[in-house]
Design a protein around this ligand. Structure first.
Ligand SMILES: [Zn+2]
Ligand SMILES: [Zn+2]
Length: 320
């Protein structure tokens, strides 16, 4: 693969200041209702996430758009209109699972090649993401690399965690490495059950850094990397600084991370990994050095109970 810089530098949401009007919104962009194979009605689903203090939700039923004007919610709650789409897979793997947001027109996706589905979503002004790749046994090189125009990847999925295949971070790294391109991620519930079942609701979420409470602002932020995913920890700050002090000319970046209580910060890049931890102790802030000459980095913040937050990748070639 080419050793030049990643094709898109994503935003660092922690550089988007409250003084400039930015605020954090918490949401879940993957849920099902009686319009597909979910147990609650669309209104019950919306009421559940409103009641849990979320700021935004997508009811993403299989194959078909659940219209946001068929449910009601408080004025300051944002409904993102979308669907989970399943084009057939001509490349040999399982049927695709894609999440499409800010779309208006339904498509007969089982009859459509995946690239046509992606193109139609993008032509509608929407965006489309690779869902739960581990659960679907996605092989990035076989199933995803031939496709162009996906916005990013679902790195965490609560209902797939029940099958022990809820995390897609290896697929994420593989995809970015193969394409030499940075992709943002989402953390979602993929809720099918009722709240009372306590199976797959309110366990994974995405934070978006926005100026406006609109579906367009939220998805625009997430496509640009201005957010992060979590099933527990809160990330409060990520700062990168170039601090070369070596005689061999290698570029060294120092990262400072602040979060809720953590047992470990992992820095994942296209080169070797690195991490920060204190034996037997937890912490809420750390400064540590990244691998020399890494081209991008993303961070995993691991809480005391093993829960995780995933930052989006940051382009380190901007420091060259
Ligand atoms: Zn799915
Ligand atoms: Zn789903």
């Amino acid at each position: 693969m080419p050793q030049d810089s990643p094709q898109n530098g994503l935003l660092n949401p922690f550089e988007l200041s409250a003084d400039d009007g930015y605020t954090w919104l918490k949401g879940n962009l993957h849920s099902h209702t009686t319009n597909s194979d979910g147990k609650p009605s669309p209104q019950e689903r919306v009421d559940g996430y409103v009641g849990q203090g979320y700021d935004f939700l997508c009811v993403s039923d299989h194959y078909k758009i659940t219209r946001t004007d068929t449910v009601t919610c408080p004025d300051d709650f944002v409904l993102v209109q979308g669907a989970e789409l399943h084009p057939h897979n001509p490349f040999g793997g399982q049927t695709h699972h894609f999440l499409a947001f800010n779309i208006r027109e339904d498509m007969d996706t089982p009859k459509m090649p995946p690239q046509h589905v992606i193109n139609q979503v993008n032509e509608q002004g929407g965006n489309i993401w690779l869902a739960h790749p581990h659960w679907s046994s996605v092989n990035i090189m076989r199933d995803t690399l031939p496709l162009k125009g996906l916005a990013g990847i679902e790195v965490f999925n609560s209902t797939c965690r029940r099958a022990s295949r809820g995390e897609g971070s290896i697929h994420w790294d593989d995809w970015m490495s193969l394409e030499n391109k940075l992709y943002p991620a989402l953390g979602n519930d993929d809720s099918h059950a009722l709240d009372a079942d306590n199976r797959d609701t309110y366990q994974g979420w995405t934070w978006a850094r926005v100026k406006e409470r609109t579906p367009e602002a939220i998805m625009d932020a997430l496509v640009k990397g201005a957010g992060y995913s979590s099933n527990g920890p809160e990330i409060r700050n990520i700062e990168l600084k170039r601090v070369d002090d070596r005689s061999d000319g290698k570029r060294i970046i120092e990262a400072t991370i602040e979060s809720s209580e953590a047992q470990r910060y992992a820095a994942i890049s296209e080169t070797y990994g690195g991490d920060y931890y204190l034996q037997g102790e937890t912490f809420e802030r750390a400064t540590f050095r990244l691998r020399p000459n890494a081209r991008w980095v993303r961070f995993e913040i691991i809480g005391p109970d093993g829960s995780k937050a995933w930052s989006n990748p940051l382009d380190l070639t901007l420091f060259d």
